[in-house]
Design a protein around this ligand. Structure first.
Ligand code: FES
Ligand code: FES
Length: 156
């Protein structure tokens, strides 16, 4: 199949790469660019483990074709923890509160929470639950996750 040259910014660095029209963004990130924080859970848009930020909004990278990233600005957890105000604080709080076990869901949840706190730095429990409703966790239960985000908001 004919390959298409695309280029985008990934965690602040310019990337140029050739992709097939059917290549899925999460696969290109993980398998060709070595970006491992977006995980493939369901591969059909249900679990949120493949969440990344594209042009300032969270997207499910299992549902995006790589060609859609042409000209875009992509941020994954690898870059967000230095470039976004809330991400490292969230990571540290998740760590100190043991808000994850296997960690498979954590990058997606932290990016969803980052997006929320960038829009609403005073988000309460209700908004937090809504913001992470599309991110499934099979291990921890949501109580410590929501508490970790609440405590990040409060700066505790
Ligand atoms: S792997 Fe993308 S939403 Fe589950
Ligand atoms: S910590 Fe294992 S899926 Fe959430």
């Amino acid at each position: 199949m004919k390959k298409h040259p695309i280029s985008f910014k990934l965690n602040g660095e310019k990337v140029s790469i050739e992709v097939e029209p059917s290549d899925v963004l999460v696969d290109v990130l993980r398998d060709r660019l070595g970006i491992k924080s977006p995980k493939v859970g369901c591969d059909r848009g249900d679990c949120g483990t493949c969440t990344i930020i594209m042009d300032g909004r969270t997207v499910r990278s299992c549902l995006a074709l790589a060609v859609e990233a042409d000209g875009a600005e992509l941020v994954t957890l690898e870059g967000a923890n230095t470039s976004r105000k809330w991400t490292r604080k969230l990571q540290e709080k998740f760590h100190s509160k043991n808000a994850f076990q296997c960690g498979f869901c954590a990058p997606g949840i932290i990016l969803s929470a980052t997006e929320l706190l960038e829009k609403n730095p005073r988000a309460g429990k209700h908004e937090i639950k809504e913001a992470i409703a599309g991110n499934l966790c099979r291990c921890t239960g949501y109580e410590p996750i929501v508490e970790a985000i609440e405590e990040t908001v409060k700066g505790k």
